[in-house]
Design a protein. Sequence first.
Length: 292
Amino acid sequence: MIYDVSHHTTIGYSQSVSISHHLLHLSPRRVPHQVCRRHALMIEPSPTISKEATDYFGNPTTYLTIEEPHVELSIISRSNVEVMPVPQVDPAATPAWDSIPGLLQKATERELLDVYQFAFDSPFTVSGNGASAYAAQSFAPGRPVLEGALELTHRIFTEFKYEGGVTEIHTPVDTVLKERRGVCQDFAHLQISGLRSLGIPCRYVSGYLQTLPPEGQKRLAGADASHAWLSVWVPGTGWVDLDPTNDVIPGEQHITIAWGRDYGDVSPINGLVVGGGGHDVKVAVDVVAVDD
């Protein structure tokens, strides 16, 4: 599938901003099943400095400095992305989940050490015993790791309500677990917290969903804005994506932007401003399938 992606963010300030610095994660990442064919940014006011780079996790980024006084900032990101089918994995054939912690603790190879860093708590995935106990229900001793992870994905989908406006970026995982509602970011953090508590490495993935699905398929939750899901590490296979918001293994309808430990590593627009007072953020996302 080939998509045209538009992500328009408008930030309005109650007072003039004299100078601002921003870090953007808006360019689709190249992965084995995805290629970004074109990407462009339109920014108003025009930045004095604009620099493309790659962050610690290998995600494409853009650094901006805007020195012109302004009360509104507009950032439009447009991309053309090709997404290929993702190879299927037999969950029952994956290794036992409880073999993974021992494997990683003895790791000396660079590849496994890179994986191991995703087995620990991060600022947005710190939880008490609740997330661990919740996840453990899907992981009997010796159970194949992907079988357990898929069951946990399904349980979050069926037992939690997708509802916008009831959580914030910094809402703790334990609060989401107690209230049983939230958005894609919350569900991804919850599942990551539970899996990491069992010693299973997970990455937080940000991206987009096709806004209008193919005829005959239902529209997925979270398609009106940036979406979030997770990747679980499976020995012998690698990283396998899971979307607890929609109870699916992400495929051609999911477009990957970036990954990290949690939302804080990959937020679409982050920054520091001088002045500004209060601010209001509006985001519009459109993902449309196009002919080649």
